[in-house]
Design a protein around this ligand. Structure first.
Ligand code: HEC
Length: 610
């Protein structure tokens, strides 16, 4: 509101063009500074004009001012950034409430305090649910069976103000649900009614899972990180900060994955969006290195920080306008590390390198020593993969793009499993569409590999898979790769962990979103498994449950509709991407509307027994 008033004032003073002039200015700037990448056939990962049109202009302005497009926006004044946003969006400025406005949360009536046994009773905490990162919720906590699934109904919906993308994995305990928001902030809501206990503001999106633990004094503590690379410990009862730590100094560093918690130590994954800077000829690409930071859970004090690329970046070449380039860089850690108490190791999956020379530890599974963070071994899946937006910029610099991509990160956590006869397997799925099975007791020796799909920059295995004792269940994205053939992309695979043999696979149905921008059948969201039910969301806006024995669809909910919400924010569903379903005590929870590359929406849904 303040900004609108400001612009209106400037407009009256003749400093800012009128509304019509603003659109015209926006159109001109869009053609010169955005259209080369954001066309009807956009560069990989960018949005089409139709997709941009579905975003609130405030969101586009924010992306250019302090978000993913800040390098592109830095060439523009504030007034120009606003003009581009107003032109690119078909939603009028100011019509979607943003979190800058005071949010009308509906407060819960005074509640009884969180019970001391909240983490003994059925609950969900963190990403993987166990140190193995199985994403498997046992029956005693799930409280839901395939037979009971038709008996659940929508109980409440929550609208994210100003938000379009939802990808948080909430925690549930003691009758509350703790939820991160893409617009910044962590909410504590009543798990049964959605009324609010508190909201803790964060300067940036909270995208990873929320983690809960019990303190020595019996109180519950909540841990989460945000996209400004801050990590927080809050009192779960009140939302008050216990400690806060900035885990990386790089200006583009982010925490998007969740921490692993083991014996009083938090292992926080650090990634970055520096890859997006490469397209600016003036940007000294690239200096960020992915890391894991070990923090004392009680105090937030850093025990160690281990860079996945051990050597700092050096000056490499100059680009054609004389900007110094740097490398190696990249190997971001996007997901929760996997803890192996038996080997005293932490398994970390890494993203691509940003600039040459590509590091040997990018697109890799890396074992770190739990105590010291020292590297023990690594298995690189894709060598020589240096990728930044320099590779896809219009009129690219020949020096920079001599060797580019293929941009095949590991985006999801590895799963550790113990097979009968004591053999152990570490499963790591890659954007390439390949599932890798490693032997953690033989320095990551490859046991088997299996290609499930063509894979690609938004393809293959994206956010995560789930496993029971002998089978791993893998949803396939291929968001981009499906463009050529409607109906392709997506799909779900069940594979034997011991040898990679097929159990079943269920191809995605034709996407139920024809005509909507970004419509496709990809299943990039993480899978969630409970005994007898496997959940996998789709970019077409459907959340589906499958029979883990056969792969048959046994439940289906289309989120593409308007919802009345408990916090009175108009909300609708859309593409499902990011975290998986949270299942606790017969209830299921998930968000819908991942607007980047898909149908936008801003809803979070809670289903319970009829
Ligand atoms: C060099 C190519 C390129 C140019 C130029 C470019 N973009 Fe982007 N844009 C991208 C890519 C790639 C992404 C996806 C980023 C990612 O990996 O998440 C993106 C993402 C976005 C997003 C989504 C951000 C979010 O947080 O969800 C918006 C909004 C956007 N661009 C707007 C613009 C506008 C407006 C311009 C012009 C001022 C512009 N972009 C110029 C490549 C480009």
């Amino acid at each position: 509101m303040a900004r609108t008033t400001f612009v209106v004032l400037l407009s009256l003073l003749g400093v800012v063009p009128s509304w019509a002039d603003e659109k015209a200015l926006g159109e001109k700037l869009f053609q010169t500074t955005c259209a080369a990448c954001h066309s009807a056939t956009p560069v990989p990962r960018a949005l089409t004009p139709a997709q941009l049109a579905g975003l609130p202009p405030e969101k586009i302005f924010q992306a250019l001012s302090s978000g993913l497009m800040v390098i592109q926006g830095s060439a523009l004044s504030e007034i120009e950034r606003r003009a581009v946003a107003v032109y690119a969006s078909e939603i009028p400025w100011g019509s979607v409430p943003t979190t800058a406005e005071p949010e009308a949360l509906v407060q819960c009536a005074a509640a009884s305090p969180l019970p001391a046994n909240a983490l003994v009773e059925p609950h969900w905490s963190g990403w993987g649910l166990d140190l193995d990162n199985s994403h498997f919720q046992p029956a005693a906590h799930a409280g839901l069976t395939a037979a009971a699934l038709p008996q659940i109904e929508l109980k409440w919906a929550f609208g994210f103000a100003g938000g379009t993308t939802v990808s948080t994995q909430p925690a549930v305990a003691g009758g509350r649900i703790f939820l991160g928001s893409q617009e910044g902030g962590i909410y504590a809501l009543d798990a049964k009614t959605g009324c609010a206990y508190w909201k803790f503001p964060t300067p940036a999106a909270v995208r990873g899972a929320i983690l809960l633990d019990k303190q020595a004094n019996g109180r519950l503590v909540l841990y989460a990180g945000d996209r400004s690379a801050h990590y927080y410990a809050l009192d779960a009862e009140t939302g008050k900060v216990l400690w806060e730590r900035h885990v990386d100094d790089h200006p583009w560093a982010v925490v998007t994955g969740s921490a692993a918690l083991y014996r009083g130590m938090l292992y926080v994954p650090v990634a970055s969006f520096e890859e997006l800077g490469g397209s600016s000829p003036k940007y000294e690409c690239c200096k960020f290195r992915g890391s894991v930071v070990a923090l004392d859970a009680k105090t937030g004090k850093q025990r160690w920080k281990s860079y996945l690329i051990p050597t700092p970046p050096r000056k490499t070449r100059k680009n054609r306008v004389g900007t110094q380039l740097w490398g190696p860089s990249g190997a971001a850690v996007w997901s929760q590390p996997t803890v192996d108490p038996k080997a005293g190791a932490l398994y970390v999956t890494t993203g691509d390198s940003y600039s040459p020379p590509a590091a040997a530890t990018s697109d890799a599974v890396v074992a770190l020593d739990l105590k010291t963070g020292r590297q023990r071994w690594y298995m690189q899946a894709t060598a020589d993969d240096a990728f930044s937006t320099a590779c896809i910029a219009p009129n690219p610099d020949p020096v920079v793009v001599k060797k580019c991509g293929p941009d095949l990160d590991f985006g999801s956590s590895a799963i550790l499993r113990q097979l009968p006869h004591g053999r152990r397997v570490l499963l790591a799925g890659q954007k390439s569409g390949v599932m890798h099975a490693l032997d953690p007791d033989r320095r990551g020796k490859v046991l088997w590999r299996k290609r499930l799909s063509p894979g690609g920059v938004l393809g293959g295995i994206e956010w995560g898979y789930a496993a029971d004792a002998d089978t791993v269940y893998v949803p396939i994205s291929d968001v981009w790769e499906s463009k050529a053939t409607v109906g392709a992309g997506g799909g779900l695979y069940a594979i034997k962990i011991a040898d990679g043999a097929d159990v079943w696979n269920t191809p995605a149905a034709a996407p139920d979103c024809t005509g909507l921008p970004g419509c496709n059948a990809g299943q990039p969201a993480a899978a969630t498994l409970i005994p007898g039910v496997l959940f996998s969301g789709s970019m077409d806006g459907h959340m589906r449950a499958y029979d883990p024995a056969s792969g048959k669809v046994i439940w289906d909910f289309d989120t593409k509709r308007d919802f009345t919400t408990v916090n009175n924010v108009p909300a609708h569903g859309g593409a499902i991407k990011g975290a998986g379903v949270t299942v606790v005590n017969g209830w299921i929870y998930f968000g819908a509307g991942y607007g980047l590359w898909g149908i936008p929406g801003n809803v979070f849904l809670a289903f319970g027994p009829k």
